[in-house]
Design a protein around this ligand. Structure first.
Ligand SMILES: [Zn+2]
Ligand SMILES: [Zn+2]
Length: 447
């Protein structure tokens, strides 16, 4: 009895002293601290790994809850409530709701002085009918988390939970941004990253950097993908109206055939890609819909075209937009027709600040293993995370969720999309380390 009490007291003293010392020399002790049992002490990375591992079943349950209750862009009411409640329960210093409709911003202050870093997850689902037959199948008919935003939110809540339990080791503040309407708000509504920024998501406090991730089924679980510089394309949605003159289909010379003019315009727009922009520069001009005319024997006076333009360079983006206007202007003038073009719902290039990527890569390699950090080609898909990156330097990387041996290969935005849930713990470990490492590095520079 006595001996055990003595042991307990000395164990208490050792714990007290090492904790006090860790407070004074955090960098040193996070690596070499030994506990009362004399075991090799836990580094911050070990502590994160252990905590993330204990969250495994909770993370899976959380992801499945989000997956069962997907909500469309700007309609993320329940999702937002779940997130805010969770952050409050974790003892966050501040939880702001209603930032950019259903957006949530949480502030977690560390016990050590340092800068502010932000991390962002998106919240919305897509109007896609789920075809997976799983117990956690979508309960909202015709809506599915087909872009993996359920995983993004779950990982970010996991990071929140791990970090809220280790404030002693946080040099600075972590700002958690949960963003609605990444897929684009419904017509005539504002939303997404732009609206969150407008409503102050990046102020009070302003982060020095922002990190984010997207799940990627063509990267195997256990791996992570990154790009230096452009990672995802700009996207510009365009609507074109070609106007001609209605007349009987048998007398075309008395009218102006908007259908013929529109056909020439579509073909000529493709020549911008093939003949006017350097072939080494990625560019996509897709006309995805065409509507015009109302009867087989009437010359149409109006045709509407809708499409999307994608590039990996802001310079190509502006030039291509000018060339589209030039092309439409030239062709419609030749026929005596007219046109209007409207570029809306745009996203800039998702551009990863090279210096930020270079300084983050070592910790990514340490956590994932050298060979599991891969650099795929940039994607022609777009992300409104790019809007945050226009305000503060940011790094957006791709978390592998594919697993060929389990048949998990379907791409995002498909009815069959699925993710290997082992990616949740990995995602939490990786992002927590990335954020802590950033704060350690930047606060060390300030000393
Ligand atoms: Zn998407
Ligand atoms: Zn997405």
């Amino acid at each position: 009895m006595k001996k055990r009490a003595g042991l307990a007291i000395s164990a208490f003293l050792i714990v007290f002293l090492t904790n006090a010392a860790a407070h004074w020399w955090p960098g040193y002790f996070t690596s070499f601290k030994a506990d009362a049992m004399g075991r090799q002490g836990l580094s911050a990375a070990d502590e994160i790994a252990r905590k993330a591992e204990t969250l495994r079943s909770k993370l899976i349950a959380q992801r499945r809850d989000f997956h069962m209750h997907p909500e469309l862009s700007n309609r993320e009411e329940r999702t937002s409530k779940v997130i805010a409640e969770r952050l409050r329960a974790l003892g966050f210093d501040e939880v702001r709701t209603g930032v950019g409709k259903y957006g949530v911003v949480g502030i977690l202050k560390g016990k050590q002085p340092g800068p502010v870093v932000a991390v962002r997850a998106d919240m919305d689902a897509l109007p896609i009918l789920e075809t997976l037959d799983v117990p956690y199948k979508s309960q909202n008919a015709g809506v599915k988390h087909a872009c993996g935003h359920d995983l993004h939110m779950t990982v970010q809540l996991g990071v929140a939970e791990v970090l809220s339990g280790m404030r002693e080791k946080i040099h600075g503040t972590v700002k958690f941004i949960f963003q609605p309407a990444e897929e684009g708000p419904p017509a005539n509504e504002e939303g997404g990253a732009g609206l969150m920024i407008k409503e102050g998501a990046l102020e009070n406090p302003r982060p020095a950097a922002i990190f984010g991730l997207h799940v990627m089924p063509n990267i195997e679980v256990g791996q992570v993908g990154y790009n230096i510089g452009p990672a995802m394309a700009s996207s510009d949605r365009f609507s074109i109206t070609i106007r001609g003159k209605k007349v009987h289909g048998a007398y075309p010379h008395d009218g102006i055939d908007a259908v013929v003019v529109a056909s020439e315009c579509i073909t000529a727009l493709q020549s911008i890609r093939s003949r006017r922009i350097n072939t080494q520069e990625p560019l996509v001009i897709t006309v995805g819909s065409i509507h015009g005319g109302n009867r087989f024997n009437i010359i149409a006076d109006e045709v509407k075209l809708e499409g999307t333009m994608r590039t990996l360079s802001e310079d190509v983006r502006t030039r291509a937009m000018d060339m589209m206007k030039q092309t439409l202007g030239g062709i419609t003038t030749a026929y005596g027709a007219s046109y209007e073009i409207d570029f809306g719902q745009n996203n800039p290039v998702t551009f990863n600040e090279p210096a930020l990527v270079e300084s983050t890569l070592p910790v990514m390699r340490k956590i994932m293993g050298e060979n599991n950090v891969v650099s795929p080609r940039p994607q022609m898909g777009a992300e409104d995370f790019s809007k945050f990156q226009q305000v503060v330097p940011g790094f957006f990387y791709f978390l592998g969720v594919g697993n060929k041996s389990k048949g998990i290969t379907a791409m995002i935005h498909t009815p069959e999309f699925e993710a290997d849930e082992d990616s949740l713990v990995i995602g939490v470990k990786l992002m927590t380390n990335v954020l802590l490492d950033y704060l350690d590095r930047e606060s060390a520079k300030r000393k």
